[in-house]
Ligand binder design. Structure first.
Ligand code: GCU
Length: 358
C-alpha cells in the first residue's frame, strides 16, 4: 500500500477553479517549470528547411520509407538533424508517432516498425544524439548545443538537453505538417526513459501534439519526485546528468519537499490533450508507483474540461492497463525498456481515442 500524503504536494489549481482559470494557471506553470527545472525554450520563430535524402518502398510495399535532413534556423542559431520516416501506403493520411529514440535509423530495438505500419500508423524517428550529444557534465560542444551556446557557459535561465531534444521533436512536427501523408490532427510524441522525460516536456509545451507517450521516465519525468523510490535530483547532480535540465534544477537536490512544483505539473500541462504513461514492474529506479501517482493527481485538470483523467477501468485485453481516460497508465512485467508490449498498448490507446473523437 502506498501511503504518500498527496496533500503535501503543490496544488495544480485553487478550489473552485474554472477551465479559464486553469488556462491562465497553465501559463504560470509553464513559466515556473522553465525557470526552476527545464530552462527556457527559445521563443523566436524557427524556420525549418527540408532536404529529402531518400525515399523508397519498404516493408514489402506496405510503406513509403524516407530520410530527410532538417535544417532549423532561429536568430543566429542554425542546426541540422536527420529524420527517418515511414507512412503506410494503404491510408490516404495516417496518424504518426514522432519517436525520439536512442538509436539512429530504424533498429528493431525500441520500435516494432513493421507492426506500427500494420497498425495503420506512420512514424518519424529522430536520434537524440543527432540533436546534441549526451556526454554529461555540461558538454554542449556539438549540434544544437554548439550552435546555441557557441562556446559560452550556460546561465541559470538557459535550457538543458531535455529541452533541446524536445525542441527537435517539435521541429520534426513542423516538417510533418508539410507532408500530405500525415493526419495533422493526430501527430503523437513518444520517448523512453531520459527520452520519456523529453516526450513529456514536448507534449507539455507543444499543443499540436495529440497524444504524448511517456515510457519509464522516472525522476524528472512522470514520477512524483517527493518520496519516490530510486532516483532523485541529487543523483542527476552527482552523475553529471544535471545538464539534461536547467542549472536551477540542481539547487532543489535534497530540498525536494520545498519545490513549488512536482511532476504532476508537467503532466497536467498536456490537458485537455491525451497522455499515456508506461512503467515496467522491475524498474524501481524510475519507480512505477510514483509514475502512476503523477498521472492520478494530474488527472484532476481534465475534470475541469468535463473529461476523465486516469480511470480505474482496466483494459479488457491487457492486464494492468488503464487506457480509457485522457490520462492513460499501463505497467507491464519486466525491465526498463521500450518494448513491443508497450507499443502495442500505446497503439491501442491511440486507436481507441482517435475512434471516439471521430
Ligand atoms: C539513468 C538515469 C535515468 C534515465 C535513464 C535512461 O538510469 O538515472 O534518469 O531515465 O538513465 O535514460 O535510460
Amino acid at each position: 500500500m502506498y501511503d504518500f500524503n498527496k496533500n503535501t504536494l503543490p496544488k495544480l489549481f485553487k478550489e473552485g477553479a474554472s477551465k479559464e482559470d486553469w488556462e491562465a494557471r497553465r501559463q504560470e506553470i509553464l513559466e515556473l517549470m522553465q525557470k526552476e527545472m527545464y530552462g527556457y525554450t527559445p521563443k523566436e520563430k524557427c524556420r525549418v528547411e527540408a532536404e529529402v535524402l531518400e525515399e523508397k518502398s519498404e516493408f514489402a510495399g506496405k510503406a513509403l520509407l524516407g530520410r530527410v535532413k532538417l535544417t532549423c534556423t532561429f536568430g543566429s542559431v542554425s542546426f541540422s538533424f536527420p529524420v527517418t520516416y515511414a507512412f503506410p501506403v494503404k491510408n490516404e493520411i495516417s496518424p504518426v508517432f514522432v519517436h525520439i529514440n536512442f538509436r539512429p535509423l530504424m533498429p528493431d530495438q525500441y520500435m516494432p516498425a513493421e507492426e506500427i505500419i500494420d497498425g495503420g500508423f506512420g512514424f518519424a524517428q529522430i536520434c537524440y544524439k543527432d540533436i546534441v550529444n549526451d556526454n554529461l557534465n555540461g558538454d554542449f560542444s556539438d549540434g544544437l548545443g554548439l550552435a546555441y551556446f557557441n562556446g559560452r557557459g550556460r546561465n541559470e535561465d538557459d535550457w538543458g538537453k531535455v529541452g533541446m531534444w524536445a525542441y527537435a521533436l517539435s521541429r520534426t512536427i513542423d516538417y510533418l505538417e508539410t507532408r500530405k501523408e500525415v493526419d495533422k490532427k493526430h501527430i503523437m510524441a513518444i520517448g523512453h526513459s531520459r527520452l520519456g522525460k523529453t516526450s513529456l516536456w514536448a507534449g507539455a509545451q507543444d499543443e499540436r501534439i495529440y497524444a504524448t507517450f511517456v515510457n519509464d521516465s522516472g525522476a524528472g519525468g512522470s514520477a512524483i519526485t517527493r518520496d519516490k523510490e530510486g532516483e532523485h535530483i541529487h543523483h542527476f547532480a552527482k552523475s553529471g546528468m544535471w545538464d539534461w535540465f536547467g542549472e536551477r534544477y540542481k539547487s532543489w537536490a535534497n530540498r525536494e519537499d520545498e519545490m513549488p512544483f512536482d511532476q504532476h505539473f508537467a503532466i497536467a500541462l498536456i490537458a485537455p490533450r491525451l497522455v499515456c504513461v508506461g512503467s515496467a514492474e522491475n524498474d524501481t529506479w524510475a519507480d512505477p508507483k510514483s509514475e502512476k501517482l503523477g498521472c492520478e493527481i494530474a488527472g484532476e485538470v481534465w475534470a475541469l474540461y468535463g473529461k476523465d483523467g486516469l480511470t480505474e477501468k482496466c483494459d479488457e485485453e491487457f492486464e494492468n492497463a488503464y487506457l480509457s481516460g485522457c490520462v492513460g497508465y499501463q505497467v507491464r512485467t519486466g525491465d526498463h525498456y521500450l518494448s513491443r508490449t508497450d507499443w502495442i498498448r500505446y497503439m491501442k490507446f491511440a486507436k481507441m481515442h482517435i475512434e471516439t473523437d471521430a
